[in-house]
Structures are given as structure tokens and as C-alpha cells.
Design a binder for this molecule. Structure first.
Ligand code: EPU
Length: 338
């Protein structure tokens, strides 16, 4: 296992924040996890596991051990005429896995193209985009119990998936490390192109026949046109969740703000796009030194270069306060703050 001491984490978080880790250990097996958590010299240190670093805001350095997950491997476990069960090491890059599926004609994850991060982080927050959520293709996962070093299986019901949520973000936070994820993918895919601009983008691309490749490419095009690439501008995708509000509250807002948008949830609740709220509170394109709110998507906070995590955190509090004041809605952060 490769271990470095006193390392900058700038290359390991998509906000590109320049903070230091006491140690950075590259973990690619269960034995490595045992060495860090059970037997080796780090037992007494604080530890955190790091995937792609794409949903993280470092407000300070981390004095203990940062374990970078590089657990790899993609394998077909079982196959029928209809579908295929695939196991994926949690350190695999999510988008590379999506491309692997698209290449082989395995459907279900194409709408989730180009989401940054690792496969292991995907179930943590039930990633979603363009009308599809991870839970729809999720079969089960294996996770390393930090306390005991044992591997435990979790099936779909065990994970308590919800909008950008799972048990691993809730009651089991910090108890397990996801090591392997099993997906059930379809060999006879049905396409989900009703959401957002997919249809329109496919038309623009001149697509006449729907294929996994075309849909994946349409999603890639939309994301690239709206979301900043962390290689150019540091960011962690959506910074806040889209808030779920009472219908009555929404109707009162609609009377005041005619073009406010919502997605139905149930008879009593709707989901309101936080991007709309933030834009209409005047924050879109806001910049203070090297931090700000992206000019094309107000839900994305950005670091233009030398920005600091604490300032981004402070800005997020100011945005929260302003949305509370103007719309009476409480925004909740989607990113994990360290
Ligand atoms: N909007 C604005 N102003 C903005 C941004 C958005 O008015 O600056 C409005 C749009 O016009 C649209 C609505 O808000 O009517 C929704 O916008 P968009 O389709 O861009 O999606 P979103 O709700 O802002 C969510 C996810 C994204 C995901 C997209 C597409 C959350 C927190 N975010 O964003 O996920 O890619 O839908 O499905 O649910 C992520 O989680 O990091 C992420 C990027």
C-alpha cells in the first residue's frame, strides 16, 4: 500500500481546494482496509475514505489518514436473455463504468453519464439525473464494517434509498466503506428521454434511431453545456438539494412569482429547483474573489482558482439565509462538508 505523508489534496477534490492530509494512503483491496482500520500503525488516527472527491467541501485540512479508494474490477456475475448482473469495484470511475455498459448494450445507467465520482459513492447518495436514479438499477452492495473488518451485504431495501440519500448518509454514516456494488442492467433497454432537454438534444444531434450510445451522448452534451468541468473551474456539481415544500406554500409563492417551477412529489408536496430560487434571489454569476455562483447553473458553487473552502461554506450560508428570507424555504447542502 502506497502511503504519502503531508500531502496536498488539491488533485483529489473537484473543488480543487488546496488543503493538506496528514497521510494519503492508496487502498485497493480489503487487506489494505484491514491494514488501515484494524492492524497497522494508523489505528489510533482519524480516518476518512475518499472516492472521486466530487461531492466534498474541505473547509480545512485533515490531520489524520485519507484513504483513497482504488478498489477496481468490473465483472459480469450472471446473465439471462433479459438482463445482466454486474459487480463493480467501488473505486472504479462512475462515468467509465457507464461507458463500459453503453459499449456492451447494457441499459439503465446511460442517463447517468458524466456524473463525476466513483461507483462506491453512487449509492451513498443515490445519484440521479435526467429522470433516473441509481436505485433503479441497483441490486446490492458489499461494505466493509469499520469496527469489525467484516464484509456485510446490503440489498436494495436495506439501503433506504431516497432523493440523494441512503442509509450510508444517515444512520450508518461513518460505519461502513462500500467496496463492491452489484447492478442489474437490461439487455433489452427501454429509453427514458422525457426529462429535461434530452429529446430536444437528440433532435439537434440528428438522431433517428434511439441507442444507448445516442442517449448517453445527448446527456453528455447537455451536462457539458450547463455544468462547469472541474478541470477548468473547481466545483462539486449541485451544492444544495432541490427542496421539497408543501403544496400550499408553493401555491402562495406562485401567486407572487409567476414563473417559479416545481416537480410533483405527491398530493401534498412538490420539489422546487434550488437553481431557480438561487437565480431569482440574484445570486447567479455572483463572484467574490476566487469563489462564486456559476453563471450558467446557479445550483453550482465554484472555485476559480485560489478560493478557500471556508469562504465557499460562508457563501453557502449567505445563500441559505437569502432563500429563507425571500421564499421561506430552507435549503439543505448536498455536498459533504469536512
Ligand atoms: N434553473 C434556473 N436557474 C438556474 C438553474 C436551474 O432557473 O440557474 C431552473 C431550470 O430552468 C429548470 C430547473 O431549474 O427549470 C431545473 O434545472 P436543471 O434541469 O438544470 O436541474 P437541477 O434541478 O438544477 C438536478 C440535479 C442534477 C442533475 C439535473 C438533471 C439535484 C440537486 N440536482 O439539477 O444533479 O444533473 O437535475 O437531472 O437534484 C448533482 O446532483 O450534482 C447534479 C448535477
Amino acid at each position: 500500500m502506497i502511503v504519502q505523508q503531508n500531502v496536498s489534496l488539491k488533485a483529489y477534490n473537484t473543488f480543487r481546494l488546496d488543503v493538506n492530509a496528514g497521510y494519503l494512503a492508496v487502498v485497493d483491496s480489503l487487506e489494505d482496509l484491514d491494514e488501515i482500520y484494524q492492524t497497522g500503525r494508523f489505528r489510533a488516527q482519524k480516518k476518512m475514505i475518499l472516492g472521486g472527491g466530487s461531492n466534498l467541501l474541505f473547509t480545512r485540512g485533515f490531520t489524520g489518514v485519507v484513504a483513497k479508494n482504488e478498489i477496481r474490477g468490473i465483472q459480469v456475475q450472471n446473465e439471462t436473455e433479459e438482463d445482466v448482473l454486474v459487480s463493480v469495484g467501488s473505486g472504479e470511475n462512475w462515468h467509465q463504468f457507464v461507458l463500459w455498459c453503453v459499449e456492451r448494450g447494457y441499459g439503465g445507467v446511460e442517463n447517468l453519464s458524466l456524473i463525476p465520482g466513483t461507483v462506491g459513492a453512487a449509492p451513498m447518495q443515490n445519484i440521479g439525473a435526467y429522470g433516473v436514479e441509481l436505485k433503479e438499477v441497483f441490486h446490492s452492495l458489499e461494505a466493509y464494517e469499520i469496527k469489525s473488518g467484516k464484509t456485510v451485504s446490503f440489498f436494495k431495501e436495506d439501503c433506504k434509498f431516497d432523493y440523494r440519500f441512503s442509509i450510508f448518509k444517515g444512520e450508518l454514516r461513518d460505519d461502513f466503506i462500500i467496496t463492491k456494488v452489484f447492478f442489474k442492467l437490461s439487455k433489452k433497454p427501454t429509453f427514458n428521454i422525457t426529462y429535461g432537454a434530452i429529446q430536444e438534444t437528440l433532435e439537434k444531434m440528428g438522431v433517428t434511431e434511439l441507442t444507448l450510445k445516442n442517449v448517453s451522448q445527448a446527456v453528455i452534451n447537455i451536462r457539458q453545456s450547463k455544468l462547469p468541468d472541474p478541470i477548468d473551474i473547481g466545483n462539486a456539481g449541485s451544492f444544495f438539494k432541490n427542496p421539497i415544500v408543501e403544496k400550499l406554500h408553493f401555491e402562495a409563492l406562485e401567486a407572487q412569482f409567476e414563473d417559479i417551477k416545481c416537480y410533483p412529489i405527491d398530493d401534498e408536496k412538490v420539489k422546487v429547483p434550488a437553481g431557480w430560487l438561487i437565480e431569482n434571489a440574484g445570486w447567479k454569476g455572483y463572484r467574490d474573489g476566487d469563489i462564486g455562483v456559476h453563471h450558467k447553473q446557479a445550483l453550482v458553487l465554484v472555485n476559480y482558482g485560489m478560493g478557500r473552502g471556508k469562504d465557499i461554506f460562508k457563501l453557502s450560508n449567505e445563500i441559505k439565509k437569502s432563500i429563507q428570507g425571500k421564499f421561506g424555504i430552507e435549503l439543505e447542502r448536498e455536498v459533504n462538508v469536512v
